[in-house]
Design a protein around this ligand. Structure first.
Ligand SMILES: Nc1nc2c(c(=O)[nH]1)N[C@H]1C(S)=C(S)[C@@H](COP(=O)(O)O)O[C@H]1N2
Ligand SMILES: [Mo]
Length: 409
């Protein structure tokens, strides 16, 4: 039996949390550690949940936790205990028995399936893909004008090595109907009230049959952390995290687009303006929308934070990460004069086209005073980050060129 407090037991969880806090010298003073995001009401408590280091608490029920940004400087892969956590429904599973767990496949199929974990693992060759899971609302807190929704900083993303079998193998085993249109995915979390829609996502059949879409049970060489979807998660490389259904338990093949009460997270939420920039004039509503889909190209400086101090005449190695929606990163450029001149950075080894790509560049500040660093990535399909932030009512898919103010002393 896997429980949320599993593997450590409640006592050890409490002990670790308390040890963590007192290590920061805070337990004695009687308040929790916090981290402040640079927008109004941006102070977040750092809370350690089971299997997690202290993360920024967005909400408690359900748990919604962001990765402290410094964790992204630890490597191209985000550690499991640092990986963000997002849920929509308050009834999240607290214990799952891997022996009795089943994945059901039904709908427009030749034969319904009810698969145990062992049967899923025997369904095809095990595939490993490094891929970024980013929440559609990552960085929403920076939207101006501000928008409704969780006021997220930049920590609702992470990159991991996922191991699973292609979803395609399971769909082919079930035998999907020739006129199948969409496939829906549901997990073990449920709404508290009947009026709340369930969290069910749909993929078009063509995408569901893409060989890179996985039913994954392993993350960075370990079984999935409970809060990241134990025992099975749908991994849709290149697509926003909203499609990566956790605690996956039910797959239904449809011969029509998914609609109805429980299609809320497809037909109402997680939609973007139906145009190229997925944007509208700030403060206005789009005439038409479509479901959010692929990640946009982004890059971040991870080795420095705002107001960091660099020493004049000393070499500073600036490091960071970049990613896009699945073509891979062609180049990352850095500017140390607020965007006038750009220098190409050195790209680290690629872990694959869906992964974070690390980059680095040495700079030597020549003048004392404030310095504005900017970073801009270009994908292999030529997509480049915009200079101006675009706006949409959901605060989704932000990808403006990031800038950071440091001081040369
Ligand atoms: N079962 C279930 N799966 C879910 C969700 C959810 O609410 N329930 N939220 C989705 C959203 S919006 C995101 S961003 C990712 C977050 O994945 P993580 O919690 O493993 O980081 O899970 C997705 N899968
Ligand atoms: Mo999300």
């Amino acid at each position: 039996m896997q429980t949320l407090l599993n593997g450590m037991g409640r006592r050890r969880f409490l002990r670790d949390s308390i040890a963590g806090l007192s290590a920061l010298g805070l337990a004695r003073r009687g308040f929790a550690a916090t981290e402040s995001l640079p927008f109004d009401n941006g102070t977040r408590e750092l809370i350690a949940y089971p299997q997690k280091r202290p993360l920024l608490r967005i909400t408690t029920r359900p748990p919604h936790l962001e990765t402290p940004f410094a964790a992204f400087n630890e490597g191209a892969v985000t550690a499991n205990d640092a990986f963000f956590v997002r849920y929509h429904l308050a009834n999240i599973p607290l214990s799952i028995d891997p022996a009795t767990y089943r994945l059901n496949v039904r709908g427009k199929v030749e034969q319904q399936l009810s698969l145990s974990l062992d049967e899923i693992k025997a369904m095809g060759a095990h595939v490993e893909i490094a891929a970024v899971n980013q929440c559609s609302g990552n960085s929403r807190g920076y939207s101006t004008p501000r928008v409704f929704g969780a006021q997220l900083g930049n920590g609702s993303m992470g990159n991991a090595r996922w191991v699973g079998v292609p979803l395609k193998a399971v769909l082919e085993k079930a035998g999907i109907a020739a006129n199948a249109k969409q496939v829906t995915f549901n997990g073990l979390d449920t709404p508290v009230l009947p009026s709340t829609p369930d969290f069910i996502k749909a993929l078009d059949v063509e995408l569901a049959l893409n060989a890179d879409v996985l039913l994954a049970w392993n993350m960075n060489g370990e079984e999935l952390p409970f809060l990241n979807g134990y025992p099975l998660k749908l991994v849709v490389p290149g697509y926003f995290g909203t499609y990566w259904v956790k605690h996956l338990s039910d797959i239904e093949v449809l011969d029509a687009p998914f609609t109805g009460h429980d299609a809320f997270f497809m037909t109402t939420a997680y939609r973007v303006p139906d145009n190229e920039c997925t944007c509208v004039a700030p403060g206005t509503s789009p005439a038409s929308t479509r479901p959010i889909s692929r990640l946009k190209v982004r890059s971040f400086i991870t080795s420095l934070s705002n107001n960091a101090i660099l020493r004049m005449g000393h070499v500073a190695l600036v490091k960071g990460i970049a990613f896009d929606g699945g073509t891979g990163i062609r180049k990352v450029e850095l500017s140390d004069d607020g965007g006038r001149r750009w220098r190409e950075t050195r790209l680290a080894e690629s872990l694959g086209k869906y992964s974070f790509r690390q980059w680095s560049l040495s700079i030597t500040p020549r003048e004392r005073g404030p310095l504005e660093l900017r970073v801009r990535a270009t994908s292999n399909q030529g997509e480049i980050q915009p200079e101006q932030a675009s706006w949409n009512p959901g605060g989704y898919a932000r990808n403006v060129i990031e800038s950071l103010k440091v001081v040369v002393a």
